[in-house]
Structure formats: structure tokens, C-alpha cells
Design a protein around this ligand. Structure first.
Ligand code: ATP
Ligand code: MN
Length: 482
């Protein structure tokens, strides 16, 4: 007797007929004392188990309730029901864990429609729901595709530190890491916290980006990428921001900005294609969910495309590449700007672009993914390469429909003197980053890289609307439950 996962058994289909098998999973429903719908998490589809109730004692059957965990030993038979080729006729039943129906009633395991908000409140149980399990399997496939893409293209995976000492990156607000007794902080002569007596003998934080360390690695290994947790204490309670998210950061020696954008486009398309090729059942389900959700929206907010069309659209089209300056011109003249519809009106060059502007360009103006480049130096980080105009830097953002920024990257400033000047201009402490400056002293080369937030990609590919629904246990302002 072979133990099968439900996905494995269903994909064997009629080739498994008459085979004696063992399956284990959680009961989704038990109808008429006869039909168990069983799911083990391996895939979207449930396996139907047929119970000949005269064969089992009633006490056992009573324990088979929604959410309980069971093992079935049985024989594969052709299914008479619609929607499935095969089913398993049970010979033996074992109950691992019973679930009390009164308790189940209170939870999202109760088989009916629950809001995504409700699912979030019971995040420890939502792995059992069709929607969240589908998202988790797609997330898994995307993570795998990311490693596969870089691995087959000659990149090395490097692990950059999660606890860092440099507070100079400027990517976002940071969480301090300390082992001080917070109720009894050691003070220096000025009455300030004396971090020289802390664990690392300096002030340390959770990383907001592994980029600076990845640059050091690229200066020896050539092509590298990081893929790890990233922390930002941003108080922006949006559907696109988490306080803890997973970032992918490739960094490549001898790349300029064009090559960096080529890499970003090729990489995104590869990952999306991978999911289209490997997650059919889950995408079918998520597509249906997406279509139903659109129907409930007011007409002007509805997506014209279904989920598959959205994915195909990105796969088929070349991303539009546009300078920041050109984008500002388009936005200035745009209808929403003229009519005062933007929350942040665009009136001059140098303005930082908000999500509403990014989404206008992608969803209304071009109707395709857009890559903006050459941003004003003033609104971007110190390490981005200064252009000859001395006003703009070689930065790029990839903007996606429904998401806005999905990738942010740049060619890095490799010239030591220019880098020093920029650090001075932007008030970045040279002493803190002595080691970073060293990377420009010993065989410096042009190089470039970018950062992709995994959850933003999962959002796009699954068609979900809130970033809290694509990570198992979201960390957001006022919320670190579970
Ligand atoms: P945004 O303007 O959307 O806040 P950012 O400019 O702060 O993004 P970068 O610092 O360039 O973003 O980070 C690179 C990528 O990391 C972004 O393109 C995005 O995909 C992701 N990212 C950034 N901040 C968050 C966050 N708080 N939660 C989830 N993903 C994030
Ligand atoms: Mn940000």
C-alpha cells in the first residue's frame, strides 16, 4: 500500500484505478454519512472519499467532522460524480485529531465564504482555506523560480546580515536591535543612551536592505543576489507596505543601468512565466476569485482584464522605458492633474512621484509596465550614479499595473570622489561607511542592481489586493499577533 499526496494521486488519475492506497488529510466536508471531501494541502483539488457507512461503527463516523484530520486506507475507483476522475473507497479509517463542530462554527474553517479580514484575524488557520493555500503555493513557486533564474544565469546567492550597524542607507525608518534593559538604559556624560555599552558596542538595527553588503560581494564574485527578510518601521498603513518583507537584490559588476533594466525585465517575465507554467490549478482558482471580486467593485474601479490576461499582458509586452523628466511632462499635462484630481498635484520638476502618479502612467496612459529612469538626485539615495547633468542619477523604478513600484534599482556611483561628495551633500556619515568606500578604492568598477519586494510580486501574480494576504504572518503598524 502506497501513501499518496492527494495531488499526486489525482494527477495519476485513471492510471491509479484499483490500486490500494493510503491518504491523509483534513476533512473539508462530510455529506450524507457517505462522501468525504479531503484536502491535504498538496494542491487546490480535494479528493472524494466514499464511505460505506454500514462498514464502520457509528462512533468513528461521528468523529469525522469538518476540519478533523484523518487517514484513509482504501481502493481507487472510477468516480461517478462530476468534476473528478477518481475517488477512494475507504476500507479503514483512522482519526488523528477530531474537531468539535461547535468550535469550528466560530472559525474560518466553517465551509462558507469568509472575508479576507476575517482570515487575517485567524492567520494561524488560514493555511487551510482555498484562497490562502493557493497564494502560499504560488508564493513558494515564485521563490523557487527566483533562485532558479539566478542560479541558471551565473549568480551566486549571498546572505547579507540581518543585524546591521550602518544607519546610513536611508531606505526607511529602522528598528533598533539592543539587549539593553529598556527600563534602565546606561547613559553617557551628555545624558544620552550609551550604545558603546550595548551588545555590539554600537547602535545596531534590523536591515532595511542588503544592497551595500551585496555590492561588496559583487566586487569579488561578480554576479550575486540576496533573498532575505527586510525590515522597515514605516508608519504607512497601505496595502503595499509591510514592516517585515522579503527582498530579492541582485547586484552585478560591470553592469550599467540599461543592463540592469534588461535584467529586471527578463527576471520578472521569467518568474511570472514559471507560475503560469507550474501553478495551473491555483491560478484557475485565483482567477475565478479575481473575476468575482471585480464584479463587486464599482464599474470605474474594475479591472478590464482577468488575472490570466494581466499576466499574459506583462509577458507579451516590452516594458516602456521613460525618463523621469518625460514622465513629469506627461503627468503635468494629464487630465487628473489639470482637474486637480491628484492628491499630490504635479507642478514642477523634482517632485517625488506618488503611487497615484505611477499608477496613472501604467494603467491609464501607457497601459503597460513602465520603467522610469534618471530621477532627480535630491529624491534618491546617495549611492546612485550621478549623471553628467549633475542633477539626475541613474536610478530606475519598474512600475506595474495595480501595484505601482515593484522594483527599485540603480547603477551605483563607482567614482570615489563623486561618492564622497554625494555623501557630504546628503549628510551621510563617511566614518560609518568606511568599508563601503573601500570597495571604491581597490579596483572599482561600474556596477548596478535592484531590489524586488517578493510580496509585491506575489500580489501581482495572485491578483490579491492587500499585501497582508500574501505573507503568512504579516507585520504592520499595531500588529504583531501570532
Ligand atoms: P515605496 O516607494 O513603494 O515605499 P521604496 O522606494 O521604499 O518603495 P525601495 O527602497 O527601492 O522601495 O525597495 C525596493 C523594493 O522593495 C520596492 O520596489 C518594493 O518592491 C519593495 N518594498 C519596499 N518597501 C516595502 C515594504 N514596506 N513592504 C513591502 N515591500 C516593500
Ligand atoms: Mn518606501
Amino acid at each position: 500500500m502506497k501513501v499518496y499526496s492527494i495531488k499526486e494521486l489525482l494527477s495519476k488519475g485513471k492510471n491509479a484505478l484499483h490500486e490500494e492506497v493510503i491518504v491523509k488529510g483534513w476533512v473539508r466536508s462530510f455529506r450524507s454519512n457517505q462522501f468525504i471531501s479531503l484536502n491535504d494541502g498538496s494542491g487546490q483539488n480535494n479528493l472524494q472519499i466514499i464511505i460505506n457507512y454500514s462498514q464502520f461503527d457509528t462512533n468513528t463516523l461521528k468523529l469525522i467532522t469538518t476540519a478533523s484530520a484523518i487517514r484513509v486506507d482504501g481502493v481507487v475507483a472510477e468516480s461517478k460524480g462530476a468534476g473528478q476522475e477518481i475517488e477512494v473507497v475507504a476500507n479503514k479509517l483512522k482519526i488523528y485529531g477530531h474537531a468539535n463542530p461547535d468550535d469550528v462554527q466560530e472559525t474560518i474553517l466553517q465551509p462558507k465564504r469568509h472575508s479576507l479580514e476575517k482570515l487575517r484575524e485567524q492567520a494561524h488557520l488560514r493555511f487551510r482555506t482555498n484562497t490562502f493555500a493557493a497564494v502560499m503555493r504560488v508564493r513558494n513557486s515564485l521563490s523557487f523560480a527566483i533562485h532558479q533564474y539566478f542560479n541558471t544565469n551565473g549568480f551566486f546567492y549571498v546572505n547579507t546580515p540581518i543585524i546591521t550597524g550602518s544607519d546610513a542607507e536611508g531606505a526607511g525608518e529602522m528598528f533598533t536591535v539592543t539587549n539593553f534593559d529598556l527600563d534602565n538604559l546606561p547613559k553617557n556624560e551628555e545624558g544620552k543612551t550609551d550604545y558603546s555599552r550595548d551588545f555590539f558596542a554600537k547602535k545596531t538595527n534590523l536591515t532595511v536592505s542588503g544592497q551595500l553588503e551585496a555590492e561588496a560581494a559583487a566586487m569579488g564574485l561578480g554576479k550575486v543576489y540576496t533573498f532575505g527578510p527586510t525590515f522597515r518601521a514605516e508608519n504607512s498603513n497601505t496595502t503595499r507596505h509591510l514592516a517585515e518583507f522579503w527582498m530579492v537584490e541582485p547586484e552585478v559588476a560591470f553592469y550599467d543601468l540599461e543592463k540592469d533594466i534588461d535584467l529586471a525585465e527578463d527576471f520578472l517575465k521569467y518568474c511570472i512565466q514559471y507560475v503560469v507554467d507550474n501553478c495551473k490549478d491555483d491560478l484557475d482558482f485565483l482567477n475565478k476569485r479575481f473575476e468575482e471580486e471585480q464584479k463587486q467593485k464599482p464599474k470605474e474601479e474594475r479591472s478590464e482584464q482577468n488575472l490570466y490576461e494581466k499576466l499574459e499582458f506583462v509577458l507579451k509586452n516590452k516594458f516602456i522605458r521613460l525618463s523621469y523628466t518625460e514622465a513629469i511632462d506627461i503627468l503635468k499635462k494629464s487630465k487628473p492633474n489639470q482637474k486637480g484630481k491628484f492628491k499630490y498635484p504635479i507642478d514642477e520638476w523634482g517632485a517625488d512621484l506618488q503611487s497615484e502618479h505611477e499608477r496613472y502612467l501604467v494603467e491609464k496612459h501607457f497601459k503597460t509596465p513602465v520603467v522610469l529612469f534618471d530621477y532627480p538626485a535630491k529624491i534618491k539615495a546617495f549611492y546612485m550614479r550621478l549623471n553628467d547633468d549633475r542633477k539626475t542619477v541613474r536610478a530606475m523604478d519598474v512600475l506595474f499595473p495595480g501595484i505601482g513600484e515593484i522594483i527599485g534599482g540603480s547603477q551605483r556611483e563607482e567614482r570615489l570622489d563623486v561618492l564622497r561628495q554625494k555623501m557630504k551633500d546628503l549628510n551621510v556619515d563617511e566614518k560609518e561607511l568606511w568599508w563601503y568606500l573601500d570597495t571604491r578604492k581597490f579596483g572599482t568598477v561600474p556596477h548596478a542592481g535592484f531590489g524586488l519586494g517578493l510580496e509585491r510580486l506575489v500580489l501581482f501574480v495572485t491578483g490579491m489586493g492587500n499585501i497582508r494576504d500574501v505573507i503568512p504572518f504579516p507585520r504592520t503598524p499595531n500588529n504583531a499577533e501570532f
